[in-house]
Design a protein around this ligand. Structure first.
Ligand SMILES: Nc1ncnc2c1ncn2[C@@H]1O[C@H](COP(=O)(O)OP(=O)(O)OP(=O)(O)O)[C@@H](O)[C@H]1O
Ligand SMILES: [Mg+2]
Length: 301
């Protein structure tokens, strides 16, 4: 059967705005500076995602780990049809994100930290609006939203406050509730638990596992929480500078610290000895260059 999500050779670059010129430079050139055409600073090209290929199976929870600015959100936005790849193809349940954008959008829901809401409207108004977009029966949608929000410990009395007056964590809970109003075929979760307290974080993780178990939903998840990645993900890709540097099961990633050069002293570079596997965090440090064990990377020796 075709993969739920299939990315082949996907790249996306941005031209970043040049840095602001120091005003003092103009001042130094004196009063006639307007006569001199200012040099136009070059925009810097940032390869946010570079030649990334992977498949996600139906019902799989696929994690993407990487440092700030490594390309996770860009990749999620490409799959969500919010950005267009410069090269490569992305298919969601066999539909191309560029050619079949509308069909793809119908199959996915997305949660992100910079969730787009009507900030002046309340949580209930925003959720009602979303329910309308999903063609949900309003009463059913209201009940479902209330159920999710109460499980996330969202205070009922805040249901009618405008979102701009809610804390960041509360807004995040509304974003999660919105994405879970329906059970989409694919759920794209870009840091769904960032900013949540440990109890609510657990609850969101349980929701994700529940949606997968009951609806066979395919999930792509980014996170900075190694425990969360290990608890939820069937497989994890580590992205660094826009490139995938490893892709394996959580156990497979951790076992790399031992498997390579197995035997006496294996894993020592990670500060691990004997039979003990390195933690995912230790492997993450090694893979993202915060430690010098380059051999852990895909294809490295
Ligand atoms: N719209 C944009 N215009 C210009 N550059 C962008 C744009 N979006 C992302 N970038 C750049 O692309 C790179 C990857 O950014 P991205 O947001 O994908 O990182 P990330 O892995 O999600 O980081 P974080 O963990 O901080 O969320 C960064 O260098 C970022 O500055
Ligand atoms: Mg991001």
């Amino acid at each position: 059967m075709a993969a739920a999500v299939e990315c082949v050779g996907v790249s996306k670059a941005f031209r970043e705005a040049p840095e602001e010129r120091e005003p003092s430079a103009d001042r130094r050139r004196g009063a006639l500076s307007w006569l001199v055409a200012p040099a136009i600073p070059k925009r810097v090209k940032v390869e946010a995602v570079h030649d990334v290929s992977f498949d996600v199976g139906r019902g799989e929870i696929f994690g993407i780990l990487g440092r700030n600015g490594s390309g996770k959100s860009t990749l999620v936005r490409l799959i969500a049809t919010l950005l267009t790849p410069d090269s490569g193809t992305i298919k969601v349940f066999g539909k191309d994100v560029v050619a079949d954008q509308i069909k793809v959008r119908k199959m996915i829901n997305r949660v992100s930290v910079e969730a787009a809401f009507f900030k002046r409207l309340s949580a209930s108004e925003n959720l009602e609006y979303a329910a309308g977009l999903y063609d949900l029966e309003p009463r059913e949608a209201r009940a479902r939203a209330r159920d999710i929000l109460s499980r996330l410990d969202f205070p009922a009395r805040k249901m009618n406050s405008s979102l701009e007056n809610l804390s960041r964590g509360m807004q995040q809970k509304v974003a999660v509730a919105r994405a879970l109003l329906t059970s989409p075929m694919a759920l794209l979760l870009d840091e769904p638990t960032t900013g949540l307290d440990p109890v609510s974080k657990r609850e969101v993780q349980d929701f994700v596992l529940e949606v997968r178990a009951t609806h066979d939903t395919t999930v792509i998840l980014t996170t900075h929480d190694m425990q969360e990645a290990e608890r939820l993900c069937d497989r994890i890709a580590v992205i660094d500078g826009g490139r995938f540097v490893a892709l394996d099961t959580p156990h497979g990633l951790r076992a790399r610290g031992i498997a390579r050069g197995a035997g006496e002293g294996a894993g020592e570079g990670l500060g691990v000895t004997g039979e003990e596997l390195p933690s995912l965090e230790q492997v993450f440090f090694a893979l993202t260059g915060t430690q010098t064990d380059d051999w852990l990377r895909e294809g490295g020796e």
